[in-house]
Design a binder for this molecule. Structure first.
Ligand code: 5GP
Length: 204
């Protein structure tokens, strides 16, 4: 069966709990996360080279012109992108590769890699989203307002996603389990196993 891992895109509004869910998924060694490059300034909880690779806007533009990014987007005034090299190396190692990216990038991935699995991670409702963003304490009031309006705009892209997974408070492991179940079903898809017939006869 499929020796290639799944390319798993996880999007959702800031405050949907993507970071926490990704950490839960990474407890399973079958998963790996792609570390994005960004031109935004590091926040208190960031670790350079672990949460992101931080570059200047000019360095980011150079990476675009050298074709080093599988996708990129400008989000709330900063650039974010996925290095193409890391993703292909991780996929060939057989891992399920997680891209924790916003909608513009997710759509670029979907058109370049039609087999990618797009998951929309959502808080249960808008009020919970707002409360989570305020509770973080790392964003300014202006930033919170921008992230909330971005979240509303991003919801338009929901029809391009394959699955919606709701991240209920205190149920991160359950939420990660749902994503693992989706990946397990997806790996049996005919689209991931185009050589099944020849493998089937060879083993006779
Ligand atoms: P934050 O500034 O909160 O770390 O991230 C802001 C948004 O950028 C989040 O929705 C996050 O998923 C998205 N993001 C992070 N890395 C990438 C990337 O490489 N490409 C794209 N398109 N979005 C990203």
């Amino acid at each position: 069966m499929n020796t290639h891992g799944s390319l798993l895109v996880i999007s959702g509004p800031a405050g949907s709990g993507k970071g926490t869910i990704v950490k839960h998924l990474l407890q399973d060694p079958a998963y790996a996360v792609s570390i994005s490059t960004t031109s935004r300034a590091p926040r208190g909880d960031d670790i350079p080279g672990v949460t992101y690779n931080f570059v200047t806007a000019d360095e980011f533009k150079d990476m675009i012109s050298r074709g080093e990014l599988a996708e990129f987007a400008e989000y709330v005034g900063n650039f974010y992108g996925t290095p193409v090299k890391t993703v292909s190396e991780m996929l060939h190692s057989g891992k399920h590769v997680i891209l924790e990216i916003e909608t513009q990038g997710a759509l670029q991935i979907k058109s370049k890699f039609p087999e990618a699995l797009l998951i929309w991670l959502s808080p249960p409702d808008y009020d919970t989203l707002e409360a989570r963003l305020r509770g973080r304490g790392t964003n300014t009031e202006e930033d919170i307002a921008r992230r909330l309006s971005t979240a509303k705009r991003e919801l338009q892209f929901l029809p391009y996603y394959d699955y919606i997974v709701v991240n209920e408070a205190g149920k991160a492991e359950e939420c990660a389990d749902k994503i693992r179940a989706i990946v397990a079903v997806d790996s049996m898809s005919t689209k991931h196993n185009p050589d099944f017939t020849s493998i089937f006869y060879k083993k006779k």
